[in-house]
Ligand binder design. Sequence first.
Ligand SMILES: [Zn+2]
Length: 62
Amino acid sequence: MIQDCSACGDKVSSEATICPHCGHPNKYEWKPVSGFFAVINTLIGFGLFFFVLIMIIIVIFS
Ligand SMILES: [Zn+2]
């Protein structure tokens, strides 16, 4: 699918991560990528939180 670049107005493929004419990031490709990393960061944050919580509980009840 071909769309217009939001920065320079040239034709850009929707599968391109950046505009080949001006280098502007393709927002239709970048949003799901940044969302994916946000989900991973949230999962890692929750994992560390529960790990510390479990360690504290083990120390208190041992
Ligand atoms: Zn462009």
